[in-house]
Design a protein around this ligand. Structure first.
Ligand code: ZN
Length: 150
């Protein structure tokens, strides 16, 4: 049986307690803000892009455990990736939390991000898990307007 505890896997709890890359990035050359009105999650993503590679990425914000852990794990996952790889990772993550895990041999592996696979069973939490990613995509595209999940 699946219960709510499965949603809060140890990795998610750990990243909520000690978020990685949660700071303002003064050297950021792109940033975007996101808001999930359904839950009240807010996030700002900072990016430093050099030669089409995510040289550094950080976030600030406040929200539920899922949104904080998702932002933390997102920054770990895309740091050092090319802009194109970051987009593909977003697509696969989105696919996993909305439709289920995609086949392993189809594109980049999700690694630790698979901790969020249980989110699919909680539709209201999908927006918490994807907020940082939608905001990342806006920052990558240099779109300044506020990203909302509604
Ligand atoms: Zn939330």
């Amino acid at each position: 049986m699946f219960d709510l505890h499965d949603l809060y896997q140890d990795l998610i709890l750990d990243h909520n307690r000690s978020p990685r890359n949660r700071r303002r990035l003064d050297a950021a050359d792109r940033e975007a803000e996101g808001y999930n009105p359904l839950c009240g999650d807010r996030v700002t993503i900072y990016l430093s892009i050099r030669d089409d590679v995510v040289e550094d990425v950080a976030f600030e914000g406040s929200g539920c455990a899922i949104s904080t852990a998702a932002a933390s794990l997102m920054t770990e996952s895309v740091k050092g990736k090319t802009v194109d790889e970051a987009h593909r990772l977003f697509e696969r993550f989105h696919e996993m939390v909305t439709e289920g895990a995609p086949p392993a041999d189809d594109g980049p592996g999700l690694g630790k991000l698979e901790a969020f696979s249980g989110v699919r069973r909680f539709p209201a939490r999908v927006k918490c898990a994807t907020l940082a990613w939608h905001t990342l995509v806006a920052a990558l595209g240099n779109r300044a307007e506020l990203v909302t999940t509604e």
